[in-house]
Write a protein that binds this ligand. Sequence first.
Ligand SMILES: NC(=O)c1ccc[n+]([C@@H]2O[C@H](COP(=O)([O-])OP(=O)(O)OC[C@H]3O[C@@H](n4cnc5c(N)ncnc54)[C@H](O)[C@@H]3O)[C@@H](O)[C@H]2O)c1
Length: 416
Amino acid sequence: MVSTSPQSKLGVFTVGMGAVATTLMAGVELVRSGRRPPVGAYTQLGWIEGRDGQRRRVAEALPLARLEDLVFGGIDLVETNAADAARTAAVLSAEDLALVDGFLRGIEAGPGLHDPAYVRTLPSLRVRPEQNKAEQAAAMTAVFRDFFARRSGGRGVVLLTLSTEAWRTPGATHATIEAFRAGLARNDPEISPSQIYAWAAIEAGFPVVNCTPNPVLEAPAIRDLAAERNVAIAGSDLKSGQTLMKTVIAAGLAKRYLGVKGWFSTNILGNRDGFVLHEPQNFRAKEITKGGVLDDIFNRQEQPALYQGMEHQVHINYYPPKGDNKEAWDAIQLFGWLGYDVEIKVNFQCRDSILAAPLVLDLALLADLAAQKGAGGIQSWLGGYFKNPGHRPGEKVSNDLHVQVGVIEEKLRGWL
Ligand SMILES: NC(=O)c1ccc[n+]([C@@H]2O[C@H](COP(=O)([O-])OP(=O)(O)OC[C@H]3O[C@@H](n4cnc5c(N)ncnc54)[C@H](O)[C@@H]3O)[C@@H](O)[C@H]2O)c1
């Protein structure tokens, strides 16, 4: 049972205060005031079976932070507080935003680290003064330590909810802790703001969840630092909408041994995320996280007759009239018995951040639980929350949602 003393507060610090972060903050406040239900959050609605065969609510069986105990803070390059940021994001209704306006207005966004080589299309209004990357990392370590010390008795989780950055494959600078530290000192252009934030949070000793497709866990130096300091780290890129549907449908098709000739996915969205993804370099990051999810479900080695030559394409178009109300289409070309054609069309319509926010809430509570249990390094058991499940080198992970949920439950059962 978690006590309600001030020491039991959990600080949630969002790096980037946009649609996902503010829908989380406003949502938590609406849920804990009893105005709205926590739909989509496993930690709030899920049940788990204990060793004694009894089923209990996840939130009662495990020492998860309570919604009442969450305190929020963050930084952003454009936004100054969560109330204005939530209005810009335009996910929630004016009525819901009015109910939580005072609460959101109290969550101020500090300035961030800007590198136009990684996010070119944003106006950078509120940038930290440090020019050197080692100084930026040190400054962010101090920001995290200070925030959690002041607001939550030193207990906290850092969520990377910033824009998708231009993709750069991690190289020599990211290979070891020493190389990365030297890279920070010489201001290596290969080091992105996301990587500096993650590094700084790990140095400060706080779990990091990468909700973006930005390559953070892919950097061996960051993975090694997290393992060395025994700090939990998880990612990457929330599996919230089209990719969630894809991995559910694909797993079902694979279990019926149907062949797949091709899977064409396209999206239109008009939020700031879509605006940034319009840049080909930034879209490349999404293409990588969205593109790999079918590979283990449709196993070409085991079933060449079913999947050899399968074409998988993913496209995203920025279309302002849609706002956060993303629309996705999938055209799936299958073949069945004797090779005869089968087709499936999926038209998925959602408010992107409505699906993302409960995942981020779960991740904040579960990353904090990992910290309580002394679990450091990459938390691959959380893979079901991500398009690109972060794992240790050589570790086998599945993209099949049913398998992934089983892995989460198994891990949590071990902590009952
Ligand atoms: N919206 C969703 O449902 C969803 C789903 C899956 C993944 N994601 C990913 O989550 C991330 C956030 O998505 P979003 O919809 O909230 O985007 P958003 O554009 O609404 O918010 C991102 C915020 O990050 C800020 N930002 C950009 N660079 C920054 C930096 N260097 N430091 C500090 N702040 C910075 C921007 O000013 C912006 O306010 C994106 O990478 C997106 O691809 C979003």
